[in-house]
Design a protein around this ligand. Structure first.
Ligand code: GLN
Length: 489
């Protein structure tokens, strides 16, 4: 059994530990072997903590042997996006400016996972500072899609998605500012959840756009998603924006029943921008809900067209403020041989940041500058309020909204790097969700003719994660297929 232990979900692993069929040490070595076997092709990990993971697994073996696991994920191998602060190893956001940086503390989510017994096996590749949709903006390496190595894994959490899809570990964490969990989950064929803004503490998440950022998991199924959400959700005194809303037991939501749900399909999402094949996959998924007793209606999100523009004003404005701290003084890279302080700032940033990050800082500084603030930033905030109101109105008529996660399946490496705007359009279905602060989950809904995964996006009301998990679980039980194993070729 040790040979393919890496394929198991977290809940399967914990059952097997409990019954004594296997041990955390066996599972962790199985995952480390798997990483060894496939990661030179995939390049999902930027750092693997082999010795640390092996040590932690031994401690977990002892706890299970005594019948006293530390928590609900004891002995489960996990991976962490390099945007999360960890005392172990480095925290670099895959940027040259933070190369070699060691965090003095663990992010709250990391601390909570460790307290639950999870075993981090390393850090995962991402677009620099989480800016991108393909992981091609990483200063370290380009991650490949396990379903087709010529394609991108999506982004910015491409390493986190590829690692779960290729069974390098059972669970990973990513971050989602405009789609960075859901879009790569869709591209790689795993489950990805962006929780409600405030559901999960952002303490120790290196900030990109603070009013949009949220941490969330990648898993192999809805059951594991519920398990991780139980661990990472809830108020944290270190993050003033984390909500003081009680955390339910999400595993109670795992019932295959949607007969009491009304499903809304936003007409603005089913236009010509959506490829024919993707449309068919989504329509087939909607049929599964209908057959399971859900009522399906059309809804309208009239301000959808403004979402991409609004997002790229708000996120760049916030990024320009957040990234000001990397100036070569306190954090990260400092350019050598500067002749003045100003020269040092200038050169450290020019040499330390990649082109996409520089573009965003410049855009963000521009939309906030006096004379342009009213025309861009203020107007974007007003439009954001309208986008949020669209969802409030739609959710008066339905319980969940179903949409495609991305307009196309994973694209080829290099296909969109020449045109930033085309890259930005990869997120047309995910961005509004962050602007509104609501939760969104992506779940695989089939393979295209060219054998690439398609993702179904399920959106819910604020703090409606239970309903999302129930819908996802029901769909998993009733869809009548699984994606199978990615070929990694
Ligand atoms: N692709 C979007 C961007 O480039 C979203 C990124 C994210 O969610 N972190 O900003």
């Amino acid at each position: 059994m040790t040979g393919t232990l890496y394929r198991l979900t977290a809940h399967e692993l914990c059952d097997a530990y409990k019954s004594g069929k296997t041990t955390p040490s066996q599972a962790v070595s199985s995952c480390l072997d798997r990483i060894n076997a496939v990661d030179s092709k995939l390049k999902a990990f930027v750092d693997v903590w082999k010795d640390y993971a092996v040590d932690q697994a031994q401690a977990s073996d002892d706890r299970w042997a005594k019948g006293a696991p530390k928590g609900p994920l004891d002995g489960v191998p996990i991976g962490l996006k390099d945007v999360l602060c960890t005392k172990q190893g480095f925290t670099t956001c895959c940027s040259k400016i933070l190369r070699g940086y060691r965090s003095p503390f663990d992010a709250t989510v990391v601390e909570r996972l460790l307290n639950a017994g999870a075993i981090p096996v390393g850090k995962l590749n991402m677009d620099e500072f989480a800016m991108g949709s393909s992981t091609e903006n990483s200063s370290v390496q380009v991650t490949r899609n396990p379903w087709n190595l010529r394609c991108v894994p999506g982004g910015s959490s491409g390493g986190s998605a590829a690692a779960v899809a290729a069974d390098e570990c059972a669970i990973t964490l990513g971050s989602d500012t405009g789609g960075s969990i859901r879009q790569p989950a869709a591209c790689c064929g795993c489950v990805g959840l962006k929780p409600t803004y405030g559901r999960v503490s952002r303490y120790g998440l290196v900030a990109f756009a603070s009013s949009l950022d949220q941490i969330g998991p990648f898993t192999k199924d809805a059951h594991d998603m519920a398990l991780v959400m139980n661990v990472i959700s809830g108020r944290d005194p270190h993050d003033a924006t984390s909500a003081d809303v009680p955390v339910p037991d999400y595993t109670k939501a795992l019932r295959a029943d949607v007969s009491d749900l009304t499903v809304g399909l936003p007409k603005e999402y089913f236009t010509d921008a959506l490829g024919q094949e993707m449309r068919e996959k989504i329509e087939a998924a909607v049929k599964v809900f209908e057959k399971s007793g859900a009522k399906v209606i059309e809804v309208s999100l009239p301000h959808t067209d403004y979402a991409v523009a609004v997002y790229y004003i708000v996120c760049t404005a916030e990024a320009s403020a957040n990234l000001a701290r990397f100036d070569g003084v306190r954090y990260g890279y400092r350019a050598p041989n500067a002749v003045s302080v100003e020269d040092m700032y200038h050169r450290s940033k020019s040499e330390g940041y990649g082109p996409e990050v520089q573009r965003r800082i410049m855009l963000g500084t521009y939309v906030l500058s006096s004379g342009y603030y009213d025309a861009y930033y203020l107007k974007a905030q007003k439009a954001r309020a309208l986008i949020r109101r669209d969802f409030t109105n739609a959710f008066q008529k339905c319980d969940v909204i179903l949409t495609p996660t991305a307009p196309t399946p994973a694209f080829e490496i290099g296909a969109k790097t020449a045109d930033p705007l085309e890259m930005y359009l990869s997120d047309i279905y995910t961005i509004s969700v962050n602007l509104a602060g609501i939760p969104g989950l992506s779940i695989p809904c089939g393979l295209t003719a060219s054998k690439l995964p398609a993702g179904l996006q399920i959106l819910g009301k604020p703090f409606g994660e239970e309903t999302l998990l129930r819908a996802a679980y029901t769909y998993e039980q009733k869809r009548g297929f699984t994606l199978g194993q990615p070929p990694i070729s």
